[in-house]
Design a protein around this ligand. Structure first.
Ligand code: UFG
Length: 356
C-alpha cells in the first residue's frame, strides 16, 4: 500500500516507518520537524535500504495538507503528528488545540476530499485519566485530566463522528500505554529536547552522565514498592501494531479502539533496577514528592489487540532497557551526534531527502 505517515520523523513514527517499509509498503512521511530532526531520515535510509519520501508540512497549514494528496494516491494514513507534553499543554492549551485538533481536522478533510478512507490514529491511554480499575479495558470510562489528554480524546471523537457519518471511512485508534526503548540497531530512538518529561529518557540521561540524579515522584503510592506503576511497551512492538492495524482495516473494513500495552505493570524502582542491569551503570535517585496529576497504577488489558490484530507485545522490560541504553550510549545527544550520522548515513545530505 501507499501510506502517508504524518509525524513519521518522530519517535514512534520513525519506528513505524521502518516496520511499514519492511512489510513492503511505500511510505511517504509528512512532518513539521518542530519536535523531530531531519537527521532521522538518514538513519531511516540506512535501516530501510532506500530513501523515504518526506514532505516538510505543518498540519495547521490546510493548503499544504491538501497539497500532500494532490498528485499522489494513498491507500491509508497513519497519524502520529501531535504535541505531547502534558505540562506544556497546561501552559499553552491553545497551541495544543490548534496543532493537534485543527491539524487533525485538516488531515481528515483532505482524506475525505481525496477518497482516502483508512486511518490508523496514534491515541493514548491518557484518555482513561485515572482509571477505576486495572487492567484497563477499552470500554473503561473516558475522562481526561489535562489539555494534552483532552486533545487526544477530542481527536478520537472527531474521527468517530467521521466514521459514523461515512460508512466507507474506517479508523483504528491505538491507545498506547508507555512507549519506551529504541530500535535494536541503535540508529533511531527517543530524542527529547530539553529536560525529559518521561521516566525512561530521564533514566537514560542520568546513566550516561548528563543529569545527576533521578527524582522519583512519590514513594508512598499504594503500589508494590510505593512508586508509580505503568505499562511500559517497547516501541518496536508498538510499531508492529500499526502495520497490523492497517491489515485489519483492509481485511475487516471496520473501526476499533485498541489498547497497546504488555498487560504488566512495572514500578519506577523496578524500571531503575532493570536499567542498571541492562546498562551496567548506576542510576542515582532521590524519592521526592508526588508529581501533580500522576496516578498510582495504570496497565492495559491488551486482549483486544490480540483478538483483532493477532498482536501481542514480545519484548520485556529488560529488552526495553537494553535497547534504550544502546540508543542513548551510541547517541548521547540524540540526533545531534554527527559522528554517528556520518557512519550511518552513507548517502545524500539530509536536506536532499526532503522533497520540500
Ligand atoms: N516519573 C518519575 N520521575 C520522572 C519522570 C517520571 O518518578 O522524572 C514517574 C512518574 O511519576 C510515573 C512514571 O514515572 O509514575 C511514568 O511517568 P512518565 O512521565 O514516563 O509517564 P506517564 O505515565 O506519566 O505519562 C505517559 C505519557 C503521557 C500519556 C500517559 C498515558 O507521558 O503522554 O503516559 O497514560 F498521556
Amino acid at each position: 500500500m501507499h501510506i502517508l505517515v504524518c509525524g513519521g520523523a518522530g519517535y514512534i513514527g520513525s519506528h513505524a516507518c521502518v516496520e511499514l517499509a519492511a512489510r513492503g509498503h511505500q511510505v511517504v512521511i509528512a512532518d513539521s520537524f518542530v519536535n523531530s530532526s531531519p537527521r532521522v531520515l538518514q538513519r531511516l535510509q540506512t535501516l530501510v535500504g532506500a530513501p523515504l519520501a518526506c514532505h516538510r508540512v505543518d498540519l495547521r497549514d490546510r493548503g499544504a495538507v491538501e497539497g500532500l494528496f494532490t498528485g499522489q494516491r494513498f491507500d491509508a494514513v497513519v497519524h502520529f503528528a501531535a504535541l505531547k507534553a502534558v505540562g506544556e499543554s497546561c501552559q499553552r492549551p491553545l497551541d495544543y488545540f490548534d496543532n493537534n485538533i485543527a491539524g487533525t481536522i485538516h488531515l481528515l478533510q483532505a482524506m475525505q476530499a481525496h477518497g482516502v478512507h483508512r486511518l490508523v490514529f496514534s491515541s493514548s491511554a491518557t484518555v482513561y485519566g485515572d482509571p477505576d480499575a486495572v487492567p484497563v479495558r477499552e470500554d473503561a470510562p473516558l475522562r481526561v485530566t489535562n489539555p494534552y489528554g483532552r486533545t487526544k480524546l477530542v481527536m478520537e471523537q472527531l474521527i468517530g463522528d467521521l466514521c459514523a457519518s461515512d460508512p466507507g471511512f474506517h479508523a483504528v485508534n491505538l491507545r498506547y500505554f508507555n512507549p519506551v526503548g529504541a530500535h535494536p540497531s541503535g540508529l533511531i530512538g527517543e530524542a527529547p529536547g530539553g529536560v525529559p518529561n518521561n521516566l525512561m529518557p530521564y533514566v537514560c540521561q542520568v546513566a550516561v552522565g548528563q543529569r545527576d540524579r533521578l527524582a522519583v515522584f512519590g514513594g508512598d503510592w499504594p503500589t508494590v514498592d510505593g512508586t508509580g506503576v505503568r505499562d511500559y511497551i517497547h516501541v518496536v512492538d508498538l510499531a508492529r501494531a500499526h502495520a497490523d492495524a492497517l491489515d485489519f482495516l483492509v481485511r475487516e473494513g471496520r473501526s476499533a479502539n485498541i489498547n497497546l500495552g504488555t498487560g504488566r505493570g512495572t514500578s519506577v524502582l523496578e524500571l531503575v533496577r532493570a536499567f542498571e542491569r541492562a546498562s551496567g551503570r548506576m542510576v542515582a535517585y532521590d524519592i521526592v514528592a508526588r508529581r501533580a496529576g500522576d496516578v498510582a497504577e495504570v496497565y492495559a488489558d491488551p486482549s483486544l489487540a490480540h483478538a483483532l490484530l493477532g498482536w501481542h507485545a514480545e519484548h520485556d522490560i529488560d529488552a526495553m532497557c537494553r535497547d534504550a541504553w544502546r540508543w542513548q550510549s551510541n547517541n548521547p545527544r540524540g540526533y545531534e551526534d554527527g559522528a554517528v550520522d556520518a557512519d550511518a548515513a552513507g548517502g545524500a545530505p539530509v536536506d536532499a531527502a526532503l522533497s520540500r
